[in-house]
Design a protein around this ligand. Structure first.
Ligand SMILES: [Fe+2]
Length: 415
């Protein structure tokens, strides 16, 4: 058992309670809604994370474990072909049965079995790795639960205030919580020499298979902005005709602007009186006046790339981001504000090998047609164990707008 899991049951319990806590202010009706094919109901997240521990850990490794309800293996399997048929992803909102109460009972059943398995039976080393994967898997779903539910609430004409206090840090807040409290806020660039640098996870501690193996890449000298793009800056782009100027957009992005009728970021609202200067942004506290200092979030890759083109810059590659994060850990807003789009396709690293068994399907089969995001967002859990790290690779398709995603500008450096 790794040193980070001196008390695996305590970590497990804290993590599971945090998931439930996220749903405390939601009604059963809220938790059943699926607002689009890509977003799952909160209730489904509660059950699916439980199914993962049941199907991947307990069924295979806990002697005498009694499955709660076999039908749940069809209902709450996400995408594991090797673990059987499943409810279609775009029809998860049809699962008004089982009730939320039954799903809470499912969680309690699996939690009791996990307690016995961890504290009495004593898991093998292989099983501990799957247990640890289950913890990080549930943390990923904690963030998805927030973004999926926020999207559902955004489609409700009442634009309700969920009340979750997960707010993206501004650059100045990021500085006051970092070790470098004397640094002034600047809008400048940090220069990096590049060269042959090592990237990927190679050390101790947990990492997903997609972060390995550690390997070398060649970087030209480059510079990264010392903070994320703010809402105020994105507003300036809007006022410069952002969504009406094809020259800033990738062809596919411009097609999406036209076909979807994009005129602003997904959660931005012009004030009722039609005054375009008085923007509001929908978030976890309902509709709030746009804060020009706050990082702009919930942007697609297409919008991020268009902004960068307008600003005369570009998006960083994932390896520039990781190299900068390794060399300059005091760089504001690396973590805890918004996931940062990179210009890198989500591809396997040289020598990549998926995990074995059912969890071979965890990451590898999604390595086509998606872009890598680096850092972490305000919605990314930090307790009971850290979730993000500098080698972490998040990924979404280029048109995804419902995640807490923003951007940090990059450019070539003359250094
Ligand atoms: Fe999952």
């Amino acid at each position: 058992m790794s040193p980070s899991f001196v008390s695996p049951w305590a970590v497990y319990q804290a993590l599971r309670q945090r998931t439930l806590k996220l749903t405390e202010a939601l009604s059963a009706e809220d938790q059943a809604v699926q607002s689009m094919p890509n977003a799952s109901p909160a209730k489904w997240h509660l059950a699916h994370t439980t199914w993962f521990f049941e199907a991947v850990v307990l069924t295979a490794h806990a002697k005498g474990y009694q499955v709660f309800d076999l039908a749940f293996h069809y209902l709450f399997n996400s995408y594991y072909e090797s673990l059987g048929e499943r409810q279609p992803r775009d029809q998860r909102g049809l699962l008004t049965r089982p009730s939320l109460t039954q799903i809470h009972a499912y969680r309690a059943h699996v939690d009791a079995a996990m307690e016995k398995w961890l504290n009495t039976d004593g898991p093998s080393a292989d099983a501990v790795s799957l247990f640890e994967l289950g913890l990080h898997h549930e943390q990923q779903h904690q963030e998805l639960l927030v973004t999926d539910m926020l999207h559902a609430l955004s489609r409700n004409p009442l634009l309700p205030d969920w009340g979750l206090k997960l707010i993206p840090q501004t650059a100045s807040e990021s500085l006051t919580t970092s070790a470098n409290t004397d640094a002034a806020i600047s809008t400048g660039w940090r220069h990096f020499a590049g060269g042959v640098v090592a990237v990927g996870h190679g050390g101790e501690g947990f990492a997903f298979d997609n972060e390995t193996p550690r390997h070398q890449v060649l970087l030209r000298p480059y510079a990264l902005a010392d903070r994320l793009v703010s809402c105020g800056e994105y507003l300036a782009f809007m006022l410069a005709g952002a969504y009406e100027r094809p020259e800033y957009w990738l062809s596919e992005g411009w097609s999406r602007v036209k076909s979807e009728g994009w005129t602003q970021p997904i959660y931005w609202h012009a004030a009722d009186d039609g005054d375009e200067k008085d923007w509001q942004v929908f978030g976890l506290q309902g509709l709030q006046k746009l804060d020009p200092e706050a990082p702009v979030t919930h942007l697609s890759f297409f919008e991020a790339a268009a902004f960068a083109a307008w600003a005369g810059a570009r998006l960083p590659t994932e390896f520039e981001w990781e190299n900068a994060a390794a060399l300059a850990p005091d760089l504001p807003q690396l973590f805890g504000a918004a996931w940062q789009w990179t210009r890198s396709s989500y591809d396997p690293y040289p020598g990549f090998a998926p995990l074995s068994g059912a969890v071979a399907e965890y990451n590898g089969k999604f390595m086509v047609g998606q872009l890598v995001l680096r850092g972490s967002s305000a919605y990314t859990p930090t307790e009971p164990m850290p979730h993000a790290r500098i080698s972490y690779r998040n990924f979404f398709s280029a048109d995804s707008r419902w995640q807490c995603t923003g951007l940090r500008l990059a450019k070539d450096s003359m250094q």
